[in-house]
Every structure is written in C-alpha cells, then in structure tokens.
Design a protein around this ligand. Structure first.
Ligand SMILES: Nc1ncnc2c1ncn2[C@@H]1O[C@H](COP(=O)(O)OP(=O)(O)OP(=O)(O)O)[C@@H](O)[C@H]1O
Length: 303
C-alpha cells in the first residue's frame, strides 16, 4: 500500500530523513514514533507528496505519481489549519465544497461526520472557541469529508487531555474497522502501544519497526521496578555506578534497567539499605514501550 525505499530528504544541511525503508500494509494502524526532530512529519509529508527533491523511491497506493491520487488521502496536520472564525458547521461544509462533494450530499455527510466525531451539538460554535480536543476532532472530521482510503495524522493529540485523547483514538479504531489505513505520528508511547505496528525513529533514521509486542519481546535487558519515596539524586548515581544500565523514573516509581536481575537485585537492596532508604517494592517487571524507546534512544538500540 505504501512503500519507501532508501528515501533520504535533506533540508539544506539538515537531515530530514535518512535512508528510510518502510512498508505500510492496507488496513494497518501504523505509528511513526519518536521524539521531536526524529523525522516523523517529514516522513508523512513525503508520503503525501508534499516534499520534492528527495532521493529513493516512494510508492503510495501502487503509484509513484502521488499527485494523481491525493484525493484518496485524508490529512490532519500538526497545526490546526481550519478557519478559527468560522463555525464548526461552516468549516466542514467549506471543506466538503473544496473537495467537490455534491451540494445535495454535503448536508447529510456533514451531519453524519459531526455526529460520529461527537461535534454535532457544537456545530454552531466558532472553531476558535473549541477546546484543544474538539479542535482535533474537527480536523479529523474535515479529513473525512471525502472518504479517504488512507488517513495521515501528524501528532493529532498533542496538548489534548487524556480523556479526549482516548476518545480520539476510539474514533481512529472505528475508522480502521471500516478498512481505512491509518498512519499516525506520535511522541506518546501509550499511543504507540495502540498501533498495530510502529516505526521507531531517531534523528531521521528508522531504528526499529515491529508490533509493540515484538518490540517488547526483543528488549535485551531486564527491568526491576523499584518503588521508593527516595528523592536523593546521589543514590540514583550510586545505583547507576553499580550495575544498573539506566534508570527511567515515573514519580516515586523507577524502572532500573539491568542485565541480570538476580545478582543486581541484591546489590540494589544493599545500596538502598546502606543509604537508609525504604524500599516499598523491588521486583522484575515486563518492560513497557517507553523502556524500549529509552533504551534505543540512549544506548544505541538494536539497529
Ligand atoms: N522545512 C524545513 N526546513 C528545514 N529543516 C526542516 C524542515 N522540516 C523539517 N526540518 C528538520 O528536519 C528534521 C526532522 O523534522 P521533523 O519535523 O520531520 O521531525 P518530527 O519527528 O516530526 O518532529 P516534531 O514533532 O518536532 O515535528 C528536524 O531537524 C527539523 O528541524
């Protein structure tokens, strides 16, 4: 459905993406995951045919002539790009007209899509007055007016609260059930876990591409989950000097990344006891995608 072969795109001296090889299958929810500057937006814009002067080959829906098939895409860009001084309804009707939806169909389609996205009751509100989550739903609604086969979404939930994010993903799942292929860029690991497959990107390169479960299974280290009220950075430093490869902290919870959990566990216990630090919990736990990503980002990964 979408294939990138050895694609490199530079912006003057800056690398956008480098020697990127990707294959996205029809019907997938495919995640482009990585920190700011990883190359996610560049990848999406290349697939949309919006960037020229790249090397390599890009095929979308069976053609390299992406210009010709643009009408089969939906796109939610990173920045809200609809008219803030038009109402929800006016924006959607305008988009419908721009996409050439027949006048006789616009009304029915608008109602259906705004109902689907939960925006019907807000249809008379100015778009500029919507909450962040509603704005993103409106951008999604706009992208649906011409029934796309592939929907590209660039960090669609950035800055949106957790409940609205969950609702937004529910909509993506509903759309995917109808057979729509979804390509979504996200910096959030919890969203990456919702994708069928993810491409982990860093500095313009693909670091790993697999299902979330495969990425977790291939994780080469052990994780010890430590729960402690300690706040002392020096203790963390001592742990790191010991045998711990890295520490991811989640409030009072720490994920200690180690090579061998049994030997290390004892050494960690001893260190904390020496520092008179309480241990509420210290046991092996399965890594989450965030651990995988941090390992890849900090330790060179499994290139
Ligand atoms: N039009 C441009 N001109 C110059 N440099 C660019 C341009 N677009 C992207 N870049 C650079 O290319 C690299 C990849 O950027 P890109 O926007 O694709 O990353 P990203 O993963 O989407 O990050 P973000 O979440 O910050 O958008 C960055 O170093 C960025 O500064």
């Amino acid at each position: 459905m979408i294939e990138l072969m050895h694609v490199t795109k530079n912006f003057s001296e800056v690398i956008g993406v480098q020697d990127l090889n990707l294959r996205i299958e029809q019907g997938e929810i495919f995640g482009l995951v990585g920190p700011d500057g990883a190359g996610k937006t560049t990848t999406i814009r290349l697939m949309l045919g919006l960037l020229k002067n790249f090397t390599g080959k890009i095929t979308v829906l069976g053609t390299e002539n992406i210009e010709r098939i643009k009408g089969r895409f939906g796109y939610v860009p990173q920045k809200f790009s609809l008219y803030q001084d038009l109402s929800v309804l006016e924006n959607i009707e305008l988009i419908g007209a721009l996409y050439g939806v027949k006048n006789s169909e616009i009304q029915e389609k608008t109602e259906k899509i705004l109902t689907f996205t939960g925006l019907w009751e807000f249809r008379h509100r100015l778009s500029g007055n919507l909450s962040g989550g509603m704005k993103q739903k409106l951008a999604l609604a706009a992208g649906l007016m011409h029934k796309p086969e592939v929907f590209f979404l660039d960090e669609p939930t950035t800055g949106v609260d957790p409940v609205a994010r969950r609702e937004f993903w529910q909509l993506l799942y509903e759309l995917n059930k109808t057979g729509m292929t979804i390509v979504v860029a996200t910096p959030y690991m919890d969203e990456a876990e919702l994708c069928h497959r993810v491409a982990l990107m860093k500095d313009g390169s693909l670091v790993s591409c697999a299902t979330p479960n495969q990425l977790i299974e291939n994780y080469p280290y052990k994780i010890l989950s430590l729960e402690t009220p300690m706040k002392d950075e020096r203790v963390l430093g001592d742990l790191l000097k010991l045998i711990v490869l890295d520490i991811n902290s989640f409030g009072e919870k720490y994920h200690l990344i180690v090579k061998d959990d049994k030997v290390v566990k004892k050494a960690i216990q001893d260190t904390l006891v020496n520092h008179k630090i309480a241990i509420n919990r210290l046991e092996e736990t399965t890594p989450c995608l965030e651990d995988v990503f941090v390992a890849i980002a900090h330790m060179g990964g499994d290139k």
